[in-house]
Design a protein around this ligand. Structure first.
Ligand code: FES
Length: 162
């Protein structure tokens, strides 16, 4: 039985391109790329999306769930239009991440792991991103890294996504 088509032709073409990087009998090596593409298209990874990826890559669904639940950049529940993941590990904390996090919580009216009532922002706590020299560091929508965050820079960032 085929799963319903949950991704656009463009997304499927992207997954096919990722699959083509590996030997034909190792389609599952493209699982992280496929999950990223599915999340970019749908905003988050529903069980149906992960099941679709599993079927597409001929993998057991549990193997896909394991990958998706291991990495923090995969969202297993809906998030806001703008997801802000602030690193709170020690080097960032010593350089102002704690102040930055408190500023964001107050400004957005949410705690870590919460989304604003209008669905615009989700605030999450992140682990070290290997960019400690640019602390405090924040990742926007899993792809754009913003460094040396000050309350003023955070205010500008929020305005950008309002
Ligand atoms: S501690 Fe924040 S990037 Fe390393």
């Amino acid at each position: 039985m085929n799963a319903p088509l949950l991704l656009s032709p463009a997304a499927l073409a992207g997954i096919d391109k990722a699959i083509a990087k590996y030997p034909p009998d190792q389609k599952q090596s493209a699982v992280m790329a496929a999950l990223t593409i599915a999340q970019d298209e749908n905003g988050w990874l529903s069980t149906a999306s992960m099941d679709f990826v599993a079927q597409y890559l001929e993998m057991p669904p549990i193997a896909v769930y394991e990958v998706a639940s291991f990495y923090a950049m995969y969202d297993l529940k809906p998030v806001g239009k703008c997801k802000l993941a602030i690193c709170t590990n020690l080097p960032c904390a010593l350089q102002g991440a704690t102040i930055a996090a408190e500023h964001l919580k107050k400004k957005l009216g949410v705690d870590f792991g919460e989304t604003t009532a209008d669905g615009a922002f989700t605030l999450t706590e992140a682990e070290c991103m290997g960019a400690c020299g640019d602390a405090p560091v924040l990742l926007v929508n899993n792809k754009r890294m913003v460094c040396a965050m000050t309350p003023d820079k955070l205010d500008q960032l929020i305005e950008e996504f309002k």
